[in-house]
Design a protein around this ligand. Structure first.
Ligand code: ATP
Ligand code: MG
Length: 396
């Protein structure tokens, strides 16, 4: 067995010794069978949350209302979730309430896709009542049970299907796809945060181009924030060779294609303000590069990472690939005499002292003058030289 499971095996054993059942489940078992790197090991057990807390010393209630307890073991944390069924769904969203059960099979049955409904014992034995391994071998995304019913219970599963296409390069089984095509509008009922999380995973996946095309084919794009009516733009996006772009670069490219105002569109997706700012700035420098080459000021204001990101977007859209250009940008950045204002060897206080004047807008103006001159190489970044230069400027 591979290391993450080996490390977690004592956690399962502890539950078993206390008289409960416990298994590895979900994405980690799937990824293990696919020989992909495993993110986090999820554990399912017949013990109720209260029972789990009695078995382990160090726990935290992370999602106790859904039956999940966080357990600390050997400096790692594990989410242990009680077997549950989700009998009653409200308004196409997550279940109104969960009921804890003692049967593994029922727990696996409430899971979304057959590939995600495989359990594994501490010894590595697989329990696979819904032929998940067969789906994995055939690279198939197929719901556990009747697709239409499962999407009716929780519409987010439709987005999950498409994001798994992006992550795993699987295809969606025909029955599952037909149900997806028919039920897209149910996504309108789903909280934006849940959709964003899946959409970002889609944007990051290796097979993102196909997944984006699938959003259009399945028509679910119409029910995602700000994307209704953007069929042609999304098709255009899916045609760009964008396989090695970062998440924020992908958002910027999407915005470039759909031609919407960045801030309001990204707010609709409820992205954090910091991320919105970063994407906006990226888009700004990228569109600038479509007009003309970058100058020193662009390098300086954007910073190395942003400017290279913006250039990568330019390459993606223009189809030009030029490693030399990237290297040159990097070198030009490294050669900048200063990388930000705090490196300038003067301060507002010094200026006030030199010119014997109280503070005011003139201080900022002078600093900017000196900054620009230093950046262009007209002036050395040295306190005395800057002082002389500013005195001279002030006289003329
Ligand atoms: P990732 O590798 O991205 O974490 P994952 O399959 O582990 O993928 P999670 O969102 O972490 O996805 O969910 C863990 C497991 O919980 C899934 O494998 C699946 O069995 C189940 N699951 C998650 N979301 C749903 C849902 N909306 N409906 C039914 N089962 C779900
Ligand atoms: Mg997971």
């Amino acid at each position: 067995m591979i290391k993450p499971f080996q490390e977690a095996a004592p956690v399962l054993k502890k539950l078993i010794e206390a008289g409960y059942e416990a298994y590895f489940v979900g994405g980690s078992v799937r990824d293990y069978l696919l020989q992909r790197p495993i993110s986090d090991v999820d554990i399912a057990t017949s013990a109720t949350p209260a029972e789990v807390k009695r078995v382990f010393h160090k726990t935290a209630d992370v999602g106790i209302e859904h039956g999940t307890v966080l357990v600390f073991h050997n400096k790692k944390t594990y989410e242990i979730t009680t077997f549950r069924s989700e009998a009653e769904y409200e308004d196409f969203r997550r279940p109104k309430e969960v009921s804890f059960i003692r049967s593994l099979k029922e727990d696996l049955q409430r899971r979304d896709f057959t590939m995600n409904a495989i359990a594994m014992t501490a010894e590595g034995k697989l329990i696979d009542p819904f032929e998940g391994q067969k789906s994995i071998k055939g690279k198939m995304i197929r719901t556990v049970g009747i697709a239409e019913e499962r999407f009716g219970e929780d519409a987010l599963r439709m987005m999950r299907a498409v994001r798994f296409v992006s992550q795993l390069s699987f295809v969606i089984d025909k029955g599952t796809f037909d149900a997806l095509k028919k039920n897209g509008k149910l996504l309108l009922k789903i909280a934006v945060e849940r959709k964003s999380a899946e959409f970002e995973k889609l944007l990051k996946g290796r097979n993102r181009q196909n997944a984006l095309a699938l959003l259009v084919d399945s028509e679910i794009y119409s029910f995602l924030p700000g994307l209704a009516g953007k069929e042609d733009d999304l098709n255009k996006l899916s045609e760009f060779a964008c396989g090695d772009l970062t998440l924020n670069e992908m958002w910027a490219l999407l915005l470039f294609c759909i031609k919407e105002e960045a801030s309001s569109f990204l707010k609709e997706w409820k992205l954090p303000t910091r991320q919105i700012k970063e994407i906006q700035s990226l888009l700004f420098f990228f569109t600038k590069r479509l007009d003309r080459e970058f100058d020193l000021m662009d390098l300086y204001t954007a910073g190395k990472e942003q400017i290279i990101s913006a250039y990568r977007l330019f390459e993606t859209v223009s189809g030009i690939r030029d490693q030399d250009a990237v290297n040159m940008l990097q070198e030009a950045y490294e050669a900048l005499p200063i990388k930000n204002r705090s490196e300038l060897r003067i301060s507002g206080n010094l200026l006030m002292e030199w010119f014997q004047k109280p503070g005011g807008p003139w201080v900022k103006e002078m600093i900017e003058m000196a900054e620009w001159a230093v950046l262009k190489g007209h002036l050395k970044n040295n306190t005395e030289e800057i002082r002389g230069w500013l005195k001279k400027c002030n006289q003329s």
